[in-house]
Design a protein around this ligand. Structure first.
Ligand code: NCD
Ligand code: ZN
Ligand code: ZN
Ligand code: ZN
Length: 378
């Protein structure tokens, strides 16, 4: 039996493709292949490279590595730090958001000094969005900063009941705040840590069963699911007493969500909202924006795709999933360069069978065909 349905291409606003600087973990080609295999046609890359993306030159150098090698559309975020503030005006048309790391995680981008935070929040253009890595008690600081500086705040990888409550209260008070949750915080708990060892280590850490249940009960507060695709090699995970934080997620997030639909924990409509409609709305991604951006794209970087500059819309870009297909997630079939997933061996119902990007079939359920992705600007 099969039940094929057509969905809009998914949008993931939070991925780490590791290029440049950590291409043993992932690169633009392998990471964007993983995205396509997972049903994503648009992804936004984070700035926490070993040399963080905190100035115009590092941003331009990173962007220049992508054309011709990407299988889905790719946008970029900028890193918030004291040294990046002078570049805000220069980069605002090239990036979708500013990412501020307020807790320790992968990479050197950590801002703990209150004066630096004030400077960053005061200077980022108000029309754009600030994304924060702000766990637990730090979230209150982020909300306070955004309020006082009149900024739109997007809370990354929310994982605790207390964070849900804070976001709900801020929303009810009318604050422009949005939040994402990652699949590993929906489908794993800290009880899985024994089994997963270093492959279950990420920031924020896996939550208690109670927190996970609370997130499911309060899913209405969440705006989107983001993969926080954060690959590290098996060696890196195993060799160190302090394994690096992060797990890959691009290829498993949609199958897990579709499985939740099969289990009646979610509706398919809500999955579409969480993975496509809302991320597009929150980050201002529309066909109109794509088109206006493409004029500038050419001026910035020369020509891009063999197809020329063209926007995604629901007619020319879509995916097909089989809601009935049962299969087992396996490390050996992944496109991500790291070659593992914390969901190895998990049986799910629901599978990506086809991805079409601007009328070009790029995935047939078994093979990824052509790199027709484009760099996209707001
Ligand atoms: C991310 C990474 O490895 O880049 N790691 C993680 O555990 N989530 C960084 C981040 O998103 O905090
Ligand atoms: Zn510290
Ligand atoms: Zn983070
Ligand atoms: Zn991340």
């Amino acid at each position: 039996m099969s039940k094929i349905v057509k969905l809009p291409g998914l949008v993931d606003v939070h991925v780490h493709l590791r290029e440049p600087g950590n291409i043993q973990k992932e690169d633009f080609a392998t990471g964007s292949k993983a995205a396509i295999a997972g049903g994503y046609t648009t992804i936004f890359d984070m700035p926490n490279n070993p040399n963080p993306i905190v100035d115009n030159i590092s941003l331009e150098e990173k962007i220049d590595l992508a054309p011709g090698r990407i299988f889905c559309d790719l946008g970029f975020h900028f890193g918030g730090s004291k040294v990046s503030v002078p570049f805000f005006e220069q980069v605002k048309k090239k990036v979708w958001g500013l990412k501020v790391y307020m807790n320790h995680t992968t990479g050197p981008l950590l801002i703990e000094d209150q004066n630096d935070l004030e400077l960053i929040f005061a200077n980022w253009p108000k029309s754009k969005i600030i994304m924060v890595h702000a766990e637990g008690p730090t979230l209150a600081t982020a909300i306070d900063l955004a309020k006082r500086h009149g900024q739109r705040l997007h809370v990354c990888h929310l994982s605790l009941a207390s964070e849900i409550d804070q976001v709900r209260i801020a929303k009810e008070a009318g604050m422009p705040i949005t939040a994402e949750v990652s699949a590993h915080h929906l489908f794993l708990t800290n009880e899985d840590l024994k089994r997963l060892g270093p492959f279950g280590i990420m920031k924020p850490p896996l939550s208690s069963k109670k927190d996970v249940e609370y997130i499911w009960k309060n899913l209405d507060v969440l705006d989107m699911v983001a993969s926080d695709h954060a690959p590290h090699t098996v060696d890196e995970k195993l060799k160190s007493e302090n394994p690096p934080f992060g797990v890959p997620g691009l290829e498993t997030t949609l199958p897990l969500l579709l499985n939740a639909v099969a289990e009646k924990r979610l509706t398919l409509e809500r999955v579409i909202e969480l993975t496509s409609t809302n991320p597009k709305k929150v980050f201002g991604l529309s066909s109109r924006h794509f088109e206006s951006a493409f004029g500038e794209t050419k001026n910035l970087n020369g020509s891009f795709s063999p197809l020329g500059a063209r926007a995604q819309d629901d007619n020319n870009t879509y995916i097909e999933v089989d809601l009935d297909e049962q299969w087992e997630i396996r490390n050996e079939f992944l496109y991500t360069k790291c070659g593992w997933t914390p969901f190895n061996g998990v049986k799910v119902k629901g599978r990506v069978k086809k991805v079409v990007l601007r009328e070009v079939p790029v995935f047939n359920g078994e093979q990824i065909m052509v790199a027709v992705g484009q760099v996209i600007y707001p």
